[in-house]
Design a binder for this molecule. Structure first.
Ligand SMILES: Cc1cc2nc3c(=O)[nH]c(=O)nc-3n(C[C@H](O)[C@H](O)[C@H](O)COP(=O)(O)OP(=O)(O)OC[C@H]3O[C@@H](n4cnc5c(N)ncnc54)[C@H](O)[C@@H]3O)c2cc1C
Ligand code: SF4
Length: 587
């Protein structure tokens, strides 16, 4: 604790206006308690090292990623804490757009030990919810098993932002893919899966991607004429509409303005958020129940058709007619599925589950992982932007999407949680933090080659080696975003590049990106897919064209894992449509 307090003191010195280091250290410690043991250990070692010798935070280069990671945690805790009042006020400004949904939901502690049904669906996220609804509507008896718990709108309205963050993400939000650079990869966990925390952005799968899946992967389901029908159905279920100007906020407006000045193609994003009030809290659960995750549509519709959900139950193993799950107290229960099992645990959890079930024999299972890696850039404006008043993800700049695979989206963070991008330490950092209301932030994702892998059996372990092509694209994305921000009137751009963190004009921006070392970049990702890819070639694809797992009988996969490549856009609509297509095909 004292090492952590020394680190906090060096990072945010009280004499320069920083918080009480002991109080902040205690808060950080409480936050770390939710993280997995290796993260806690890493944080403690880092605190001991940098707390004793603060100069090591900036040099040598080799230690910078570790210092940055610990700095990010401390700033996240401090920022979320100091803005908790504003978060609560905006969360409670108006009543929810709709009540929590009616679900036939039972906690595993109250679930009987032996239950029979036709199908078990593992996972209640984007893919699982659609599969459950489709099968239930066909008259099958369906049980959905979900590891996470149910979250209510009341918790989102009254909970502390850090509590919400810690409760909604797997491993308290600390998931990462190992590599150079490492990639932060938060994954949602709860009834509704990652749709509980996503930004609500909706894209139809680009036709070029579908043609590639049909013609190169041999995935007949992806034929644009056929898949278009499934996309329409998802679009309707999610009640997708463009972001209204009234709630967009200045972050999105500046992105449109900057792109407009450059003559680049840009527009308000399509989102599944009917009734959105622009409170910028999507990533920690929508306090208005406006964001229309599957817990508010496909899951209640599945339950209306007879499906049941058991939550707080981690599936240990599956077979063609049997599922064994573990309650939180460690006890096991069994589900007999006479017609089969649909695995939809998400791209990072499905391969380990299949392995520990003895169904992981295909050599390509866990390979082929794409992440849609992302970088962020902020622009400083002379007037307040207050990026956290408005929709979290609001506008798209699509000028470089088809040609370069770079999709830019104006993306803010929940109030206070954006300070993690600020450069510097000590008095310099505190000065930056006093002016965060003048920052506008853009994020860009790059359509990547499969460069990742999901290892492990009991726990997943992720690795990702950014390819030289995609590294160049990420660097180019930083330049594109900087150009947009300058065109919108930014006086300074924070590049996110540790070696050249701030630039004052486009000439300096070009120099900074030319000198960038991709291995040192801060990269995050939100869209892992492809780890149990579906396709025609039995050698290359662990999953067959109809979604059935090769080498198993009556086991299907229907989540992000089955996409053969990166879909090149935010994937929730594609995953739901694919799951719908697979479940439709199950007799
Ligand atoms: C912060 C963030 C923002 C995002 N924003 C967008 C966006 O704006 N637009 C968009 O299109 N996409 C977005 N995404 C991505 C999108 O939400 C996901 O791609 C999508 O939800 C994945 O669907 P899935 O069914 O594969 O997995 P998930 O939705 O993650 O569902 C998998 C579920 O399975 C459960 N599970 C896992 N293992 C087990 C087990 N062993 N037993 C029981 N249950 C298990 C998990 O707890 C989880 O609930 C975002 C993601 C994040 C993290
Ligand atoms: S910005 Fe996000 S969290 Fe806020 S109301 Fe809209 S959808 Fe909900």
């Amino acid at each position: 604790m004292s090492a952590l307090a020394s680190f906090c003191e060096a990072l945010l010195p009280p004499e320069a206006g920083g918080p009480d280091p002991a109080v902040l250290a205690a808060e950080v410690e409480r936050f770390l308690a939710r993280q997995p043991a290796p993260i806690r250990l890493g944080a403690r070692v880092g605190a001991a090292l940098f707390g004793a010798r603060p100069a090591l935070m900036t040099r040598p280069e080799a230690l910078r990623p570790a210092a940055d990671a610990l700095k990010a945690v401390v700033l996240l805790v401090h920022g979320a804490d100091s803005m908790a009042g504003e978060v609560a006020e905006r969360a409670q400004l108006v009543p929810p757009a709709r009540p929590d949904a009616d679900l036939d939901l039972t906690r595993s502690s109250e679930w009987p030990s032996d239950v029979r049904c036709d199908f078990v669906v593992v996972g209640s996220g984007a893919g699982g919810a659609m599969a459950a609804r489709t099968l239930a509507r066909k008259g099958a008896s369906v049980v959905v098993v979900e590891e996470g718990r149910r979250h209510s709108v009341e918790e989102f309205r009254s909970g502390h932002p850090l509590e919400r963050f810690g409760a909604l993400y797997r491993d308290g939000g600390a998931t990462a893919a190992i590599g150079r650079p490492p990639v932060m990869l938060p994954i949602g966990m709860g009834v509704g899966g990652t749709t509980l925390v996503n930004s609500g952005t909706c894209y139809r799968t680009p036709e070029a991607v579908l043609l590639r899946w049909r013609d190169v992967a041999g995935l007949g389901l992806a034929d644009p004429d056929r898949f278009g029908g499934y996309l329409n159905e998802v679009w309707e279920t999610l009640q997708v509409a463009p972001v209204p100007q009234a709630v967009m906020g200045r972050n999105g407006q500046l992105a449109l303005q900057g792109a407009g000045a450059l003559g680049w193609r840009a527009r308000p994003l399509d989102r599944n958020a009917p009734g959105c009030g622009g409170c910028c809290q999507c990533a920690i659960g929508c306090p208005r129940n406006a964001k229309f995750g599957v817990h508010l549509n496909a899951l209640p519709q599945a339950c209306a058709a007879g499906a049941r959900i058991v939550c707080e139950a981690r599936v240990q193993r599956v077979s063609s007619n049997d599922v064994v799950a573990r309650r939180r107290d460690g006890s096991l229960f069994r589900l007999h599925a006479s017609s089969g099992v649909v695995v939809a645990a998400g791209a990072t959890e499905t391969p380990p589950l299949l392995r520990r079930s003895g169904l992981g024999g295909h050599p390509r299972l866990g390979c082929n992982l794409t992440l849609h890696p992302a970088v962020a850039v902020s622009g400083r404006f002379s007037e307040p932007v207050v990026a956290w008043r408005g929709v979290l993800q609001s506008t798209a700049i699509e000028q470089f999407h088809e040609r370069l695979g770079v999709l830019v989206e104006a993306t803010s963070t929940p109030p206070g949680m954006g300070s993690v991008v600020l450069p510097g330490v000590g008095a310099e950092l505190l000065e930056e933090m006093r002016h965060t209301d003048q920052l506008a932030t853009l994020g860009a994702m790059v359509a990547d080659l499969p460069a990742g892998r999901v290892h492990g059996k009991q726990r997943s372990l992720l690795s990702y080696s950014l390819t030289p092509r995609d590294a160049l694209r990420l660097v180019r994305a930083i330049e594109i975003m900087g150009q947009v921000l300058f065109a919108a009137g930014a006086t300074e751009v924070l590049t996110g590049l540790p070696t050249w963190p701030r630039v004052r004009d486009t000439r300096e921006l070009a120099e900074a990106v030319a000198a960038a070392d991709p291995k040192q970049m801060h990269v995050a990702a939100f869209h892992p897919v492809g780890s149990a890819a579906a396709g025609a070639d039995p050698e290359r694809f662990p999953v067959a064209e109809d979604g059935s797992l090769r080498g198993a009988d009556r086991v299907w996969v229907a989540d992000g894992s089955v996409l053969p490549t990166c879909p090149e856009v935010n994937p929730q609509v594609t995953i739901m449509a694919m799951s719908l297509a697979i479940a439709e095909g199950i007799r």
